[in-house]
Write a new protein. Structure first.
Length: 217
């Protein structure tokens, strides 16, 4: 997927195909990049990227890379093949209250920071030079019109089109009252599978549901 191709389709839908455009190419490109960021906010799992993070030695609280929207999974200690098991911090607090002060060693468990999606805890605290393999939702870069959009599958091309049309119709006073903006908003939210009930975290293993209510097959 490249944004120039998306823009061609969008111009056709909003009837802006004449040589003197209502919306400049630069403006349209900006709307395209905004569309990608809106998709990530609604579906962070679509921008899943596997990378590494260097731990802060002597600490249990660690941070995701700077281009992360939120952590999806902490996978393993880099280069060791040793996987980390996700644990519940509340349970660890109750069963081993002194865990943050235990001697530094290779990570065994990791826990989400419920108030900060870009931070996580490990147990035990990190030794020097420990690097972890993690999966996280990577914030899209700002694309030009000819560079292929990475991570987001090409099948979501029509979603990007619909979001751009929604944005353009929302700022075009001639069309605001026609309902076209809402029509395209409803279209892209349906294609992304987004409802008010699914807006909580969509990239955890329980998909934002109460783990006690998730049916195990």
């Amino acid at each position: 997927m490249i944004l120039d191709d998306v823009i061609v389709d969008v111009r056709r839908i909003v009837q802006d195909e004449t040589a003197t455009y209502r919306y400049s190419d630069a403006f349209m490109l900006g709307m395209g990049n905004q569309a990608l960021k809106r998709i990530q906010l609604l579906r962070p799992d679509l921008f899943a990227f596997t990378g590494t993070v260097a731990c802060t030695a002597g600490e249990v609280l660690q941070s995701a890379p700077s281009d992360s929207l939120r952590i999806i999974e902490v996978l393993s200690i880099n280069g060791s093949g040793v996987g980390l098991v996700e644990a519940n911090r509340e349970t660890l607090d109750q069963t081993l209250p002194t865990w943050p002060n235990d001697t530094a060693a290779a990570a065994v468990n990791w826990m989400r920071h419920v108030r900060n999606p870009n931070k996580f805890f490990i147990y035990p605290q990190a030794p020097a030079a420990q690097t972890l393999d993690i999966e996280y939702s990577q914030v899209p870069t700002t694309y030009d019109g000819t560079t292929a959009v990475t991570l987001l599958p090409d099948a979501y091309f029509p979603v990007v089109v619909d979001i751009m049309v929604f944005l353009l119709e929302s700022v075009d006073n001639e069309h605001v009252t026609s309902g076209r903006a809402k029509l395209f908003k409803d279209s892209y939210t349906e294609m992304l599978g987004v409802t008010k009930g699914s807006l909580p975290v969509t990239d955890t293993e329980d998909a934002g549901q109460d783990p006690l209510k998730v049916e195990v097959v």
